[in-house]
Design a binder for this molecule. Structure first.
Ligand code: URP
Ligand code: ZN
Ligand code: ZN
Ligand code: ZN
Length: 511
């Protein structure tokens, strides 16, 4: 679908004017409501050479500046998606969106940065990092990396340090599911949590009990349930709640911050709420699919339809999504990702006879900003400032790149969207920019449309047209010791003093 509306430019960033003739080093956005997480105001925004230079009313400029009229519209930081899988080799195939197509889709939907998960090669982190450097070479927007940890030894521990200190990685993901491939056991998780703490890196978990999922899958197969519904039936919310609680308690034991990815159920959310109430630093990331879809699709009689909703943890029954929305609007959960991990219908058909072989993952990178605005701001659940916080600013803070990213402030990167709250859209695989032939939001209509996306000071989406430049995206290094680590030594001391003192009891010899 991308060819029809995507225009590819060959020029570099040097003079800012691509062969499409669309880019300008100087842009003035006039008359819009500028929304940051902390404040919104009527102001103009002036951009020069990829950086926001001024945010104030009535900025005057010369002729050589591209002027965009944002009257009646919202001018906001571009979205940052904390959770994507582009060009990921997984379950015997590779996601259909690579860095270029996935990013083009993202830009069309108002997301200007994403953080992808590097998967180690046979457990080797450096080999994994190099593989992802290659995969991301053609990037047309800024991106960063998390690193998955899939085995443990001295080399892994050493490489974690090198990646944090030299390669700009400040987060490591531990899969508690996917037994036999990515899953780690508690002993490895404990080693990883200790190492993350010492490096100031954020530990992330995919929280499902992989052993119990394996048992659940066996039960379904024994019952002759081989279709996509077996996916949901084999891994119920209780297994997500268990793993979330376990990871939270182990992070408490080590006393290091924890980030729970793709929170899909009330069971997991309740554990996060309880931990946060007790003062523990736990971040919960719901994803768009979990917020607005429900699991009835997995029972659809058409395999092609049902299988496109297979992701892990599964999309849950009606009720979970609304509860997650409420948790997001009240601050129990902090930011929204997508877990964009797309497989087309041919790839999904790998599991035609056995749901365990359906590649797990759904789309969302292009749809996230639109769907969250429509579902949560249009409905009055969320203010525009909170929308900016959960789609952009909080991600930048957690991964320690704020205010370079996640803000419309003088000195910030010029990653900006103009959203028209009165314009509407309809989502379809026929018009989306992902390479997939399906879309889990097919036919969905909504209000509030991203009319312009500016990434790195370049207008890349305007008038329904994409003008993206391969290799214009930058790898964003993310430094360790985010705000989540502030005061951690003091809280170490408090935690230890709340326990019995670890003092050896000296005993007299028995007579
Ligand atoms: O189904 C999913 N979530 N696929 C991507 C891998 C992961 O677990 O994040
Ligand atoms: Zn996961
Ligand atoms: Zn339904
Ligand atoms: Zn994921």
């Amino acid at each position: 679908a991308s060819e029809s509306t995507t225009q590819f430019c060959s020029a570099g960033r040097e003079n800012g004017v691509g062969s499409c003739g669309v880019s300008s080093t100087r842009i003035l956005i006039k008359g819009g409501t500028v929304v940051n997480a902390h404040h919104q105001e009527l102001a103009d925004v002036y951009v020069e050479n990829g950086i926001i230079v001024a945010v104030q009313p009535n900025i005057k400029v010369g002729d050589e500046v591209t002027v965009l009229d944002a009257t009646g519209k919202f001018v906001m930081p571009g979205g940052i998606d904390p959770h994507t899988h582009l060009a990921m080799e997984f379950m015997g195939t590779e996601t259909i969106d690579d860095f270029f197509s996935g990013q083009a889709a993202a830009l069309a939907g108002g997301t200007t940065m994403h953080i992808d998960f590097v998967i180690p090669v046979n457990g080797n982190l450096v080999a994994g990092f190099e593989a992802y450097e290659n995969k991301s070479r053609e990037s047309c927007m800024d991106y960063g990396f998390h690193m998955a940890i899939t085995k443990w030894d001295e080399g892994v521990s050493r490489d974690m340090e090198m990646l944090v200190k030299e390669k700009g990685i400040n987060s490591f993901k531990f899969f508690l599911a996917y037994k036999g491939s990515l899953m780690v056991t508690d002993d490895l998780l404990l080693e990883g949590l200790k190492r993350c703490k010492s490096l100031g890196a954020l530990a992330m978990v995919h929280a499902e009990n992989g052993d119990a999922v394996f048992e659940g899958q066996k039960r379904m197969i024994e019952l002759g349930i081989t279709g996509p519904e077996g996916h949901a039936l084999s891994r119920p919310p209780v297994l997500e709640g268990e793993a979330t609680a376990r990871a939270i308690r182990l992070a408490r034991f080590i006393n290091t911050p924890l980030y729970v990815v793709h929170v899909m159920s009330v069971d997991a959310m309740d554990e996060i709420a309880k931990a946060r109430k007790s003062g523990q630093k736990v971040i919960g990331e719901p994803v768009v699919s979990g917020l607005i879809l429900d699991d009835h699709w997995l029972w659809d009689p058409d395999f092609t339809i049902a299988s496109k909703y297979v992701m892990s943890p599964p999309i849950r029954p009606v009720g979970h999504g609304k509860a997650l929305q409420d948790a997001l609007s009240t601050g129990i959960l902090q930011l929204v990702g997508t877990d964009h991990c797309t497989f087309n219908s041919t790839q999904k058909a790998l599991g035609l006879d056995d749901f365990r072989r359906i590649p797990n993952g759904v789309n969302g990178l292009e749809e996230r900003m639109h769907l969250i605005w429509d579902t949560m701001v249009e409905s009055g659940q969320l203010s525009a400032t909170d929308y900016v916080r959960i789609t952009s600013t909080e991600c930048a803070r957690i991964f320690n790149i704020y205010p370079r990213k996640g803000a419309i402030l003088a000195g910030s990167d010029a990653d900006i969207i103009i959203l028209n709250p009165n314009s509407s859209y309809e989502i379809s695989s026929k018009s989306h920019h992902s390479r997939s032939d399906t879309n889990v939001y097919e036919g969905r209509r909504g209000k509030g449309k991203v009319e312009v996306t500016i990434a790195g000071g370049r207008i890349v989406w305007e008038n329904e047209e994409l003008k993206v430049v391969p290799r214009s995206g930058k790898y964003i290094e993310m430094p360790p010791f985010s705000y989540l680590f502030d005061g951690i030594e003091k809280s170490d001391a408090n935690y230890l003093s709340s326990l019995r003192a670890p003092v050896k009891r000296v005993r007299t010899e028995a007579t």
